[in-house]
Design a protein around this ligand. Structure first.
Ligand SMILES: Nc1ncnc2c1ncn2[C@@H]1O[C@H](COP(=O)(O)OP(=O)(O)OP(=O)(O)O)[C@@H](O)[C@H]1O
Ligand SMILES: O=P(O)(O)OC[C@@]1(O)O[C@H](CO)[C@@H](O)[C@@H]1O
Length: 309
């Protein structure tokens, strides 16, 4: 079973307008209300790719109700703990440039924390747990580390797609997969990543710490993959960019869905990159038919002359 863990879900209010002027009234004729939060996006994309998952997380208020109903309407199992506060609304403004206004996550109580960790204790060896999105301060600094420790003890495959200082600690806990973008990778090592070579250097360091699959996403430039046995670069296919929100989540979903269907790491990497690019070309997340088509247009180059490290 695949579980996605989203401590900071959102309702993504996405607004398209020809131009956006701060300090003025800006009117839009095209708006969307999508469930959001990184783990929620992973569950939605997995479903589209034919892979079931359970979305675990926190939801509250009218936005939390909307989120839960939307996910259930798409056939996604949910285990959302109700919070007193309402689920945040993240505003995504598309006006040539992309501007995002992300609200704070919920206040996590000691009871929520216990429930979230107890749920992990009931998972089984071989399950996936995708910990994605911001981890709010209210979860406590040791929450993610405790969660990763339970995963390690049980043999749950932990996938990490979060940001901030906690990334460093999680990297040391041998997760199955980490998918930082270049910026998050730089943050993790306190480095300024300026080139693909820099990104590769730090991706190798991450893999060296015991992360089984390291994927560094680089927006329109594609992604890098590093593990003990393979290093590769993927060139993303050229697509019309409509909305990049959820591109990284789609990459994670495509990679896991492909591995779960028995594909090898290279094929899974290709499928993940295709899913990311397919999402970019739509206002909502990707569709399976587009991912399947784009997968043939992703160019994979083995690094190190194709030799294993
Ligand atoms: N402009 C683009 N053209 C084609 N593909 C893209 C573009 N931007 C992103 N992608 C695809 O999506 C993947 C993930 O993108 P990106 O590196 O922007 O993730 P991210 O920063 O984690 O995004 P988010 O946090 O919004 O989910 C890329 O590796 C690539 O395959
Ligand atoms: O504030 P966080 O948790 O870092 O990011 C949340 C978010 O921007 O990420 C998703 C796209 O990846 C969106 O659905 C959501 O609004």
């Amino acid at each position: 079973m695949i579980y996605t863990y989203t401590l900071t879900p959102s309702l993504d209010y996405t607004v398209y307008l020809p131009g956006f002027t701060p300090g003025k009234l800006n009117r839009s004729e095209e708006v969307y209300y999508y469930p959001g939060g990184k783990g929620i996006n992973v569950s939605r994309v997995l479903k589209r790719l034919g892979t079931d998952s359970t979305a675990v997380g926190l939801a509250g208020g009218f936005t939390g109700d909307y989120l839960e109903q939307f996910l259930r309407g798409e056939g996604i199992r949910t285990e959302l703990i109700r919070t007193d506060g309402i689920t945040r609304i993240n505003v995504k403004i598309k006006s040539g440039q992309e501007t995002e206004l992300n609200g704070p996550g919920p206040d996590i109580t000691e009871k929520d924390r216990r429930q979230l960790l107890d749920r992990v204790r009931r998972m089984e060896r071989g399950d996936w747990l995708v910990l994605a999105g911001r981890i709010p301060d209210s979860a406590g600094t040791d929450f993610a580390v405790e969660l990763a420790g339970i995963c390690r003890d049980i043999g749950i495959r932990l996938a990490v797609d979060t940001s901030g200082p906690i990334l460093k600690e999680l990297a040391g806990m041998r997760p199955e997969l980490m998918k930082p973008n270049e910026h998050e990778l730089g943050e993790l090592f306190g480095a300024d990543i300026k080139s693909k070579e820099d990104a590769l250097h730090y991706a190798r360091l991450l893999a060296g710490q015991g992360v089984r699959h390291v994927i560094v996403s680089m927006g329109g430039a594609g992604a890098l993959y590093v593990s003990d046995t393979m290093e590769a670069e993927a060139q993303a296919p050229k697509v019309d960019v409509v909305n990049t929100v959820g591109a990284g989540d789609s990459l994670v979903s495509g990679f896991i869905a492909a591995l779960e269907s028995g594909k090898d790491a290279e094929a899974a990497f290709r499928y993940g990159v295709a899913a990311g690019s397919a999402t970019v070309s739509r206002s909502d997340l990707c569709r399976k038919e587009d991912v399947d088509t784009l997968a043939d247009r992703v160019t994979i180059t083995r690094l190190n002359g194709g030799e294993n490290r």
